[in-house]
Design a protein around this ligand. Structure first.
Ligand SMILES: Cc1cc2nc3c(=O)[nH]c(=O)nc-3n(C[C@H](O)[C@H](O)[C@H](O)COP(=O)(O)OP(=O)(O)OC[C@H]3O[C@@H](n4cnc5c(N)ncnc54)[C@H](O)[C@@H]3O)c2cc1C
Length: 375
């Protein structure tokens, strides 16, 4: 009997669980170790903030998926990985040995410059914690005239969250102001200029206060690079992905930012028994954006390769497409589409996004185990 441990219930592991549910491998013990029973779908978080979705619509029940795959679910985070000894230490005090390990543990939010904010700081990840804390922020904004919310981060997540929060605060009749702090490179760096212009118009229409300079945390708010202090009641950090600190002592090859180095087959470049996908990995053959799209698309390849690592079959490569489609929610039921140099916008883009996002959650919630023989 061999043991395959899936650490994290991230996007790629959804495909892995479904793969093993449809076609179990004989003499394989499957274990899923993850902190929460639910996997929240980040693409729907802005829609939840804006009030378009209930929280339960934005998540996938990992317990049900694990049960269908015949996997044992351990509801605890990995706290320590010792790749040479092939063991994990978990948050519940348990120790777990493995023959094969797959990491899809996502990333944390990079908040090193914002620590001085203390309780005012609300990192966008982990998503469970964000879902739990936002209702209190909304309540505080309703209770206090002139509430000031600052969102730090000029990427897609920061923009979507700022627009959704502004929409929610207006809908709750709050007299609140919302600031979006992006760096000097502006909003949505890496997207086409037409996407950036659409985003700017949306931000202006939502009356976001925009700041294009770096921010540092302060006990009263954020200090901008020009010295101005922006007092804030709450600061949401959507400041990009940071590798989990426990990877540092894992013994795995990591890139300069601490993410697990993998090849095109998503196998660790240092340990043959370890695979990684999603935000937690860094490809050594190309630069892969930290995005849900890549985590989802790498899923079936990861599933195949985990099976192949057990059965001795050939591994496959995950080959990303040249352009990735991003559908950015704008607060009300409107969205911007960004694909390479092309962009579009409107209610129909929102309906498209809604169809994809709800379809994704529904597919993983309703999937049944298949009847293929073990192999
Ligand atoms: C607001 C927002 C909107 C976004 N919208 C989009 C979008 O529209 N399109 C897009 O492509 N990307 C989007 N992203 C980026 C996307 O969220 C990430 O790139 C994606 O979630 C990465 O998937 P993942 O599987 O690597 O990790 P995650 O989806 O973060 O999953 C990680 C899993 O690991 C678990 N975990 C965490 N720590 C541990 C631990 N120590 N031990 C065990 N398990 C652990 C978590 O509970 C979770 O189950 C958005 C991000 C945000 C914040």
């Amino acid at each position: 009997m061999k043991r395959l441990v899936l650490a994290g219930g991230g996007h790629a592991h959804l495909a892995v669980l479904e793969h093993f549910a449809k076609a179990p491998v004989a003499n394989l013990e499957l274990v899923l170790a993850t902190p929460s029973r639910y996997q929240y779908y980040s693409g729907m978080l802005p829609g939840w903030l804006a009030g378009h979705y209930a929280q339960a619509q934005c998540r996938i029940d990992l317990a049900a998926l694990a049960a269908r795959a015949g996997a044992r679910l351990i509801q605890a985070p990995v706290r320590q990985l010792r790749a040479d000894a092939r063991t994990l230490e978990l948050g519940d005090g348990g120790r777990l040995a493995y023959d094969l390990l797959s990491l899809d543990v996502g990333s944390a939010t990079e908040v090193s410059a914002l620590q001085a904010l203390g309780d005012k700081l609300l990192p966008i990840k982990p998503l469970d914690a964000f879902f739990a804390r936002w209702p209190d922020v909304l309540q505080a904004a309703q209770a206090r005239a002139g509430f000031c919310l600052v969102v730090v981060g000029g990427g897609a997540a920061g923009l979507e969250v700022a627009l959704a929060a502004a929409y929610a605060l207006r809908g709750a009749s709050c007299t609140a102001s919302v600031h979006l702090v992006a760096s000097e490179s502006g909003m949505l760096a890496g997207h086409a200029p037409s996407v950036q212009q659409r985003a700017l118009r949306c931000a202006q229409a939502a009356r976001l206060n925009l700041h294009f300079q770096r921010a540092e945390g302060h006990q009263d708010g954020v200090r901008l690079a020009d010295g101005q202090l922006l007092p804030a009641d709450c600061v949401i950090a959507a400041t990009g992905a940071q590798a989990h600190a426990w990877l540092e002592s894992s013994g795995l090859n990591l890139d300069a930012a601490g993410f697990v180095q993998v090849g095109a087959d998503h196998r660790s470049s240092s340990h043959l028994q370890v695979f990684a996908a999603g935000d937690t990995c860094a490809r050594n053959d190309l630069m892969l954006q930290k995005s849900g799209v890549h985590a989802v698309r790498a899923g079936p390849v990861l599933a195949h390769n985990l099976r192949a690592a057990i059965t001795g079959a050939a591994l496959r490569s995950y080959v990303p497409r040249r352009h990735t489609l991003y559908l950015l929610a704008c607060g009300p039921r409107q969205a911007i589409a960004s694909w390479g140099g092309l962009s579009a916008q409107g209610r129909w883009v929102w309906r498209w996004k809604n169809h994809i996002d709800q379809g994704f959650v529904r597919r993983h919630s309703l999937a049944k185990s298949g009847s293929k023989p073990a192999g």
